[in-house]
Design a protein. Structure first.
Length: 490
């Protein structure tokens, strides 16, 4: 079925807090999607964020970001009063994460003090049971980390770092309240998210999530599942993720994430259990999941941690189709997965994508370099793909038109339109493509410039702070989008 949607992170939504939440702004955005005929909402990762505020270097592949918990919804449950947060700053123009962390901690602790488990007994116990693979480990990691001044798990007290069973049980017994607080926080996160998802489904809107392939070294996942990663005997990474030197980067890129030991994972009693649990968990949250850096399943670039130089790295064969066959046996054959297959893609990666039958990605901004065989030119699209103008890492169309005049001219010549604005001509072009699904970033629909980007790769300033003015998602704009959507059978 042909469909279209909008990429709009939760943190970018309007709210009465310092970043977007699962509250009124989220429900209003779902209504806007429905009015405009959009069937998909792509929301980026919902996991906890790091000090750069990036959702792609998280302390957990499973946990939710507490900043998205809406205070007003907590008040409706009687867990806090509006007077507890009405005096807080709102930060409507950009996300203010420092204030958001502080305010969220205050309100969640207040809500926890008023939380009566007996009122949610069956629901709460079911939540604990369904998430037992990761929840206690994440809670322990979080509490130990906080108690030790925020240090990485590699600096935890020795027996806790090693996960000595007796030491962990003793710690759990002496920190019951702190651990229960983490449980409560995650319970409220997923309760609010599931309610929002149910509402979206009632308006025929699907949630499209994003799964970073790697996790941070300082994460509950790496601490709890050391055997799943390439680590030395002292638990430091033997290799880290990155990319080799190329035409775009003379020195290559060093991402620093620990690499998976796929061979060890394949030999476990339950092969690839970490990944099976991760994908099961993601498919409970989302209707569709994009797996970042798909090419690593065919081969991944390993940089020695001793040098941390990409020029010293090497390619290591990935688990290939055997991995996905195992996942399908555990989770189901018809996995709603989209493969992020951007960048330098070899024949081996193309073959793996073909064998999995997952749709790949087509990005219009990459298509107009003058090469008529460019796979991102619309006439080279395939039906089994997800088309984009740009992703969360790309320039907005306004910025693209300014900085890449030759490519923008080629694009307009391809379209053959002069009466429409550049943005809407490109939106129309993507709508008309053969790709089964097309996704637009909100900034391009709103015709916003480079100051409204989600993220500029290679930088750490002013990323992940974009927030939309609620006045933009109005009925007039919804009508224009709906007309285009119906015109092109989406």
């Amino acid at each position: 079925m042909r469909k279209s949607g909008i990429l709009m992170p939760v943190f970018s939504l309007p709210s009465n807090q310092c970043c977007g939440t699962f509250g009124r702004g989220a429900y209003d955005f779902v209504r806007f999607l429905s009015k405009s005929g959009q069937k998909v909402w792509q929301i980026l990762p919902l996991c906890p964020i790091d000090y750069t505020f990036s959702p792609y270097q998280s302390s957990s592949a499973f946990a939710g970001n507490p900043l998205f918990i809406d205070f007003e919804l907590l008040a409706e449950m009687g867990l806090v009063s509006k007077s507890d947060f009405e005096s807080f700053d709102k930060s409507p123009d950009k996300c203010d994460y420092k204030k958001a962390f502080n305010y969220t901690d205050i309100i969640l602790k207040k809500a926890f003090s008023n939380f009566n488990i007996e009122n949610f007994k069956a629901e709460y116990e079911n939540f604990l049971e369904e998430n037992k693979y990761w929840l206690l480990d994440f809670a322990l990691y979080s509490v130990i980390k906080e108690e030790n001044g925020g240090v990485a798990w590699i600096e935890f007290p020795t027996e806790l770092k090693k996960r000595n069973e007796t030491a962990l049980k003793e710690y759990q017994n002496t920190h019951k309240t702190e651990i229960e607080f983490v449980f409560f926080t995650q319970f409220m996160f997923f309760k609010q998210l599931n309610n929002l998802k149910t509402f979206a489904h009632s308006l025929s809107v699907s949630l499209f999530g994003d799964m970073p392939i790697y996790v941070a070294f300082d994460s509950a996942d790496c601490w709890a599942h050391k055997e799943a990663f390439m680590l030395n005997s002292d638990y430091t990474p033997s290799f880290v993720a990155g990319t080799p030197p190329d035409a775009f980067s003379e020195e290559g890129q060093v991402w620093g994430s620990p690499l998976y030991d796929f061979k060890a994972q394949s030999e476990e009693e339950i092969p690839y259990r970490f990944w099976k649990e991760r994908i099961k968990s993601a498919l409970k949250i989302y209707d569709i999941v994009r797996i970042d850096h798909f090419r690593a399943f065919e081969a991944f670039f390993a940089i020695p941690s001793k040098t941390m130089r990409a020029s010293d790295g090497k390619w290591i064969k990935g688990p290939g189709i055997a991995f996905f066959n195992e996942i399908k046996r555990a989770v189901g054959n018809n996995l709603p997965i989209v493969a992020e297959d951007l960048g330098v893609i070899t024949d081996g990666v193309k073959q793996l994508l073909k064998r999995t039958m997952f749709p790949g990605m087509k990005v219009l901004q990459f298509g107009f370099d003058g090469n008529l065989q460019n796979p991102y030119l619309p006439y080279n699209f395939t039906e089994n793909s997800v088309g984009y103008i740009g992703t969360h890492d790309n320039e907005t169309l306004v910025e693209f038109e300014k900085k890449h005049k030759l490519e923008a001219t080629r694009l307009m010549n391809y379209i053959g339109r002069s009466s429409e604005s550049f943005n809407w001509a490109v939106i129309r072009l993507l709508m008309s493509s053969v790709a089964n699904t097309v996704i637009f970033t909100m900034q391009d629909i709103a015709m916003q410039d480079e100051s409204y980007r989600f993220n500029t790769p290679g930088t750490v300033e002013n990323n992940w702070v974009y927030r939309i003015d609620p006045a933009i998602t109005n009925d007039w704009l919804a009508g224009i989008l709906k007309e285009l959507t119906e015109q092109y059978g989406r």
